[in-house]
Ligand binder design. Structure first.
Ligand SMILES: NC(=O)c1ccc[n+]([C@@H]2O[C@H](COP(=O)([O-])OP(=O)(O)OC[C@H]3O[C@@H](n4cnc5c(N)ncnc54)[C@H](OP(=O)(O)O)[C@@H]3O)[C@@H](O)[C@H]2O)c1
Length: 335
């Protein structure tokens, strides 16, 4: 009996705002694994804002999804059939074969996962690429120093919440913004940020004047748009910006900051980065993050959505201001 797997495919490319029509579901019969291959059942898959860019055609830092083909993304699964000596049945693996229930692949195309006592979902969030993005953006791209003042936009989200937590662990004053009252409460009560504001409520520049009267040293930018403009006004001399994401403009372009000229006089460094730049730093990141998580100094915040059917809607929601998810959004497919 062949093993069957449901998968989500890109049905068409969006122009502007994507909708559920852009996705289709299909079922495939998986072949038996050949020599050196494994059959993996996914337990958790990740949905991320960067996937919006992969729905577009054209060159980017990551290949576009192909129309009619299963989409991809980070996933954690369990090996259920193995013809590879290094990955026996029962092994946990990380892969980029998300958006599907199961797959067959060469063992070299997946990565063995030893959870070391941490929850599995943390390896898609706080301890995974998401956490590395926060850590690399703060300490490598923006050279954050202990005790500085940092503003994090998208602070209640996957990358943002980890950035806030690392900055607090390093004795920084943290200002965080998010798009709903519930998220502001999350920033205050769960992340202990020093000043939290709803960027839809009032002028972000005014909020920054209140939260950091002497200015900010670092801005961790998840959004671009008006919050980048506000941050440029607030940044101190020789301030640094980690340009991580520009979600305010993913569905429709937003104007660039009208005050970019401030960067000249204030000698501001605007540093774009892609998390892959910091893959060589993964051991250093894990050396700090895993003990912090296991000792409770760092928390794994996540929202878990149940079932493959929910993945497209959950993904689309991420692209809207005030969407209800906090922390890393993951979709559970099995145990
Ligand atoms: N450079 C890299 O290598 C890298 C790696 C990973 C992620 N990223 C980027 O980092 C950012 C955060 O990603 P994530 O995975 O942590 O996602 P996330 O923050 O968990 O989810 C996205 C959040 O963006 C906010 N948002 C949506 N539309 C917005 C708008 N128009 N203006 C302001 N905020 C808006 C929403 O929060 P609110 O309710 O608070 O508005 C939403 O929950 C994204 O821009 C992503 O592309 C970059």
């Amino acid at each position: 009996m062949p093993i069957r797997s449901r998968e989500i495919r890109l049905a068409s490319r969006p122009h502007g705002e994507p909708s559920l029509e852009q996705f289709s579901f299909d079922t495939v019969d998986l072949p038996d694994p050949g020599p050196g291959e494994v059959l993996v059942r996914n337990l958790f898959i990740s949905v991320d804002p960067y996937m919006r860019g992969r729905m577009n055609e054209g060159p980017s830092y990551v290949p576009a999804f192909e129309i009619g083909k299963a989409m991809g993304g980070a996933a954690i699964g369990r090996v259920v059939q193995s013809k590879a000596d290094n990955l026996p049945e029962g092994s946990l693996v990380l892969s980029s074969f998300g958006w599907r229930e199961a797959f067959v692949a060469p063992a070299g195309h997946v990565q063995a996962l030893d959870p070391q006592g941490a929850p599995l979902t943390a390896f898609l969030g706080t301890l995974g690429v998401t956490g590395l993005t926060a850590w690399g953006g703060l300490f490598k791209a923006a050279s954050l120093q202990d005790g500085e003042t940092v503003f994090v936009s998208g602070a209640a989200g996957a990358v943002g919440n980890v950035a806030c937590q690392f900055a607090k662990l390093h004795g920084c004053r943290v200002i965080g913004s998010a798009g709903s009252t519930e998220k502001i409460e999350f920033l205050r009560s769960e992340l202990n940020v020093d000043y939290a504001f709803n960027y839809n409520d009032g002028d972000p520049a005014q909020h920054l004047r209140q939260g950091a009267p002497e200015g900010i040293d670092v801005y961790f930018d998840n959004t671009a748009g008006p919050q980048l403009e506000a941050a440029l006004s607030s940044l101190k001399m020789r301030g640094r910006v980690a340009l991580c994401g520009a979600i305010a403009g993913y569905n429709r372009p937003v104007p660039g900051p009208r005050n970019l000229g401030l960067a000249i006089g204030k000698r501001i460094r605007l540093q774009g980065f892609i998390v892959t730049d910091y893959f060589p730093e993964l051991p250093a990141f894990h050396a700090e993050a895993i003990p912090a998580l296991l000792s409770g100094k760092l928390a794994s915040h996540e929202t878990v959505v149940e079932g493959l059917d929910q993945a497209p809607a959950a993904f689309l929601s991420l692209l809207h201001s005030g969407d209800p998810h906090t922390g890393k959004l993951v979709v559970r497919l099995g145990d």
